[in-house]
Design a protein around this ligand. Structure first.
Ligand SMILES: Cc1ncc(COP(=O)(O)O)c(C=O)c1O
Length: 377
């Protein structure tokens, strides 16, 4: 295996375990797991998901094309994108499932000569649970995602004029690990389903939190699945409508599978009243979560030192924001982490980086080459 650093290592074993766990969830009227491929589009990860029977959530038409090129059947891909597809006719001909995330996208879909007679829509129901800072709202008035719920009558009028049915509802407004939160998200989603008479598939999105650092919780998906099932059963009893459920996690399936292995390139300090900075041979060009969201990850220096020292761990980019140890959820403030006393050349491991790390980096900044990505057993 390539032992050069920086490198991302992804564990096949961990991914397969997570896949197995999610495919074991039971729902009363059908259940589908979609992998949110933006979390990590590594070819072998896509292949593991595909071979295991997982379907896919694409967040851009480019992701949808990539998945098709990777051998994924188009009918297993749901496309819900912030940008209108660059190749609508090709994707619709192939048979992807389209979710309109704005009225304009719905209009474009209906204008396509070969559009199918069923479509999905993403609705923003004026509800947001679990945004951990101001940058992670996915619902409510601060979020541009989806069609504002007050426009549902307009949506229904537009499709009915063209003989099209909205059969899939997509909602992604929650994140967290608490089953009660997921129960509330389901309640809100079902209120929207009630307003859309032809919906028989509910995609309730991703956002199932995993523990990476500090007090972050780990979602118990079996419990969440039980809450979903109970709510769907109650809904069926009340309305006679049997709704099939889809979830589209990225983080839950791959976050724990990844480790970023780096090397201490330099150690500098700012005197008695300052800090000691551990400078790595990687940074925001490979890993942006801490810079963008103030996300924290477990970090270890791999050596035999017994002494622990408080370090600010920083990246190699010429940017003061390029840090791995911000105050949690506050990317503008720096914090320290107690690590084994390090020497230049020591290996450093940053854990739980399988999701939104290699796929969401400030690629090319300072012209640094990308960290490599390897699969491990
Ligand atoms: C629409 C949608 N679906 C799924 C996901 C996947 O979320 P996560 O990786 O947190 O499970 C996201 C993440 O932002 C999303 O916006």
């Amino acid at each position: 295996m390539n032992k050069l650093t920086p490198r991302y290592e992804y564990s096949r074993y961990v991914i397969k375990q997570k896949v197995h766990e999610l495919l074991g969830i039971k729902c009363p009227f059908g259940f589908c797991v979609r992998y949110a491929v933006k979390a990590n589009p590594h070819t072998e990860i896509v292949s593991i998901m595909n071979r295991s029977g997982i379907h896919f959530d694409a967040s851009s038409s480019y992701e949808a094309v990539y998945l098709i090129e990777q051998g994924v059947e188009a009918g297993k891909i749901s496309l819900s994108s912030q940008q209108a597809p660059h190749n609508f006719d090709y994707l619709l001909d192939k048979g992807i499932l389209f979710v309109a995330t704005s009225l304009k996208q719905l209009e474009l879909f209906l204008a396509e000569p070969s559009h199918p007679l069923r479509v999905g829509v993403r609705i923003n129901p004026d509800f947001n649970l679990g945004g951990h800072n101001k940058r992670t709202s996915t619902g409510g008035v601060n979020a541009s995602f989806g069609i504002w719920h007050e426009y549902i009558p307009q949506v229904l009028e537009m499709v009915s004029k063209c003989g099209v049915l909205v059969d899939r509802l997509h909602i992604h407004v929650g994140s967290g690990s608490d089953p009660d939160i997921w129960g509330q998200v389901m309640d809100v989603a079902l209120e929207v389903v009630e307003k859309m008479p032809d919906v028989n598939i509910l995609d309730i999105g991703g956002g199932y939190k995993v523990h990476r650092y500090g007090s972050e919780g780990e979602t118990n998906m079996k419990q969440v699945g039980a809450v979903f099932s109970e709510k769907l059963n109650n809904f069926a009893n009340k309305t006679g409508r049997q709704i099939s459920l889809e979830i589209e996690p990225g983080t839950y399936l791959v976050a724990h599978a990844g480790v970023l292995v780096a090397t201490v390139d330099d150690i500098v300090d700012t005197g008695k009243n300052g800090y000691t900075f551990l400078r790595l041979n990687t940074g925001m060009n490979d890993f942006l979560r801490s810079v963008m969201y103030g996300a924290r990850h477990k970090i270890e220096v791999i050596n035999d030192a017994e002494e622990k020292i408080p370090y600010v761990v920083v990246g190699h980019n010429c940017e003061s924001g390029d840090i791995f140890t911000p105050v949690e959820n506050d990317p503008e403030s720096i914090d320290t982490i107690m690590l084994s006393k390090a020497g230049i050349g020591d290996e450093v491991r940053i854990y739980d980086v399988g999701a939104y790390c290699a796929s969401m980096r400030a690629r090319g900044y300072n012209s640094f080459p990308d960290a490599t990505e390897v699969m491990v057993d």
